[in-house]
Design a protein around this ligand. Structure first.
Ligand code: FAD
Length: 591
């Protein structure tokens, strides 16, 4: 038996993306508590780095009428009112301060001529609201947080995969994992844990998500009894590349439409004028994705089953300045020059709105000591996330989870104790695949799962397809029990894939079960057998609870908005606002 590497921290943050780093910075500030961050990739390379378009915050630099109230309304409306209103309220009120704080920490935003943070238009936002850095916003956000974190007393563990959350009776007590390089095991004891492990877009075949997005955190939390909510809500971003194959799934940022890009069908018709005459290309993602899908179904798709997106009319200088990453990526990886011609796009799985149910103010889950923030958490986005709201989400709720974890750890009495049996069980479990060198190949199971999910629980759904999909996922789960790994623990991605696939199978089942329960169409969830949004259904969130006998789904009432917030939704755009409503801001150097 190997000697187990063991560490003890007051606060353990799982995930080194934007939410995790923001939480760690907050947990460590004030001093006195030990804090660690764990990521399964290298620091600075988390999925957040891919974010392009910007972070939504009602700073009002470009459109001075913008306000937290309008941001609140836009987010509730886009979420089709199954969001937790209090989460949205906290978010809309704090997003601006978090973006301005990031600027103070060194983030180099694009600027207005006056030297303020520049803000761009995005689908579903009533005002130009997205603070951005060209189309590399996530990279700059993560760089800033990374520099901040490494200047503080925070322990950072890179390329460590956590496979299990550990418990001290009913309270969280830490996590078990392995180093990806050599496979040696590690135990982290902790008084409080922040879950910031991101989403699970890798469940689908065509996705904009990075390799890390396998939903480990949500699946692990579910297994220890955390409640998961709105799992049926998966966002398909309307504009993923479809051709050439080398760039299939790659995201074409909404910034392209925000900067004037236009969608056409094969008949050169600007079809969004028909589907949403008011907002056209800047309609919400669910509407644009469905519109492209309908055009293709009606035989007006592009040669490879998508729509044409064209921004070439804006001219090469403008495109290279406003969308440099997009221009370079598509030219280098796909030989597509967006300054010269239109290109083919179609919906790609982009974001998971569902996740671990988190308290609106503290991000607390129903497991004492476990907090959830960022894409792994649920409550903010409802049935459809607005572009730009995720980067703001990870800042607002990363910070809040950090504060709450710090407070919880600080007041937790006594030593954290983890029964040896939990660790022994997990060691046995993670070594088991080596007993089956000729077992099922995890990559094959993953590929089959992606095909099932894309066909049976993708952008269009109905009872029969979902039921068939569920049956297939359950069969894959059975086969997955026999997944094997060859070789040893060092540098063995095949072995790592076993755990990723187990997690994705768990969450896929919940996506389908949630989708079967929601007998209506709402936001990203489109059922052809229930094409309308139903008032009665809008009163409920579906919450999943683990039980050894299978998933239990509870129908939980959507919290009712107090009159003041209802009033905002009735009259969203205020005629003006007091100067004192405006967050403090300073002029920065232009970039
Ligand atoms: P992530 O950034 O996904 O970080 C998760 C972390 O958890 C990683 O460090 C990972 O290594 C770690 N982790 C996962 N599992 C384990 C495990 N088992 N053990 C240890 N560590 C683990 N949003 C916007 O608001 N605006 C945009 O313009 C925008 N553009 C986007 C463009 C693209 C191409 C994509 C894919 C997304 C975009 N998004 C955008 C969405 C946004 O980037 C993400 O939702 C957000 O960054 C998620 O941050 P996070 O911190 O919650 O998780």
């Amino acid at each position: 038996i190997e000697t187990m590497e063991t560490h003890s921290f007051d606060v353990l943050v799982l995930g080194s993306g934007g939410a995790g780093l923001r939480a760690a910075v907050e947990a460590a500030s004030g001093g006195g508590l030990s804090v660690a961050v764990i990521g399964k990739s290298l620091l600075g390379k988390a999925h957040t780095v891919m974010a392009e378009g910007g972070a939504a915050a009602s700073i009002g630099n470009v459109d001075s009428l913008d306000s937290w109230q309008t941001h609140f309304y836009d987010t509730m409306k886009s979420g089709h009112y199954i969001n937790n209103f209090r989460t949205v309220e906290v978010f809309a009120k704090e997003a601006a301060a978090r973006v301005l704080e990031l600027e103070q920490w060194g983030a180099v935003f694009d600027r207005t001529p006056e030297g303020l943070i520049m803000q761009r238009a995005f689908g579903g936002h009533s005002f130009r609201r997205l603070a951005h850095i060209g189309d590399r916003t996530g990279m700059e956000l993560l760089r800033t947080l990374q520099y901040k974190a490494i200047s503080m007393d925070i322990s950072i563990f890179q390329e460590v995969t956590i496979t299990r959350l550990l418990m001290d009776k009913d309270r969280i007590a830490g996590a078990f994992g392995y180093y990806r390089a050599d496979g040696h095991f590690v135990v982290f004891k902790a008084k409080a844990v922040v879950l910031a492990t991101g989403g699970w877009g890798k469940v689908y075949k065509v996705t904009s998500n990075s390799w890390e997005s396998t939903g480990d955190g949500a699946a692990m939390a579910y297994r220890i009894g955390a409640e998961l909510q709105d799992m049926e809500m998966v966002q398909f971003h309307p504009t993923g590349m479809v051709w050439p194959p080398g760039v299939a799934g790659l995201l074409v940022t909404e910034g392209v439409r925000g900067e004037g890009g236009i969608l056409y069908n094969s008949e050169k018709e600007r079809f969004m004028l028909r589907y949403d005459p008011e907002r056209q290309e800047l309609s919400t993602r669910d509407v644009v994705a469905r519109s492209i899908f309908k055009e293709v179904q009606a035989g007006r798709g592009t040669p490879h089953g998508g729509a044409w997106l064209d921004i070439s009319h804006k001219g090469a200088d403008f495109i290279k300045r406003k969308l440099p990453g997009m221009y370079e990526q598509l030219l280098t990886l796909g030989d597509v020059d967006i300054t010269k011609s239109p290109f083919e796009v179609a919906p790609t799985c982009h974001y998971t709105m569902g996740g671990v149910k988190a308290h609106a103010e503290t991000c607390a889950t129903n497991i004492p000591g476990l907090f959830a923030a960022g894409e792994v958490a649920c409550g903010l986005h409802g049935a459809n996330r607005l572009g730009g709201n995720s980067l703001a989400d990870i800042l607002v709720f990363g910070r809040r989870a950090g504060i709450a974890a710090r407070d919880f750890a600080g007041s937790r009495k006594g030593e954290v104790s983890i029964p040896e049996s939990q660790i022994e069980e997990e060691v046995t479990r993670v070594l088991e695949p080596f007993n089956r060198p000729n077992g099922e190949n995890p990559y094959t199971i993953h590929e089959e799962l992606q095909a099932v999910m894309s066909t049976h629980a993708g952008i269009v759904r109905d009872q029969q397809t979902l039921e068939e999909g569920l049956e297939k996922v359950l069969k894959l789960q059975e086969r997955a029990k026999n997944m094997g790994a060859q070789g040893g623990r060092a540098y063995n991605p095949g072995w790592h894939a076993v755990f990723d696939v187990e997690n994705m199978l768990t969450l896929s089942e919940l996506i389908i079960r949630g989708a079967l329960e929601r007998k209506e169409s709402r936001g990203a969830h489109w059922r052809t057998d229930y094409p309308d949004e139903l008032e009665e259904m809008g009163k409920w969130n579906f919450v999943h609870e683990y039980s050894p006998d299978g998933d239990r789904i509870k129908q939980v009432p959507v919290p009712t908005m107090p009159p003041a917030l209802q009033e905002i939704c009735a009259r969203p755009v205020a005629p003006g606002r007091e100067a004192s409503d405006k967050p403090n801001q300073r002029k920065g150097a232009s970039s």
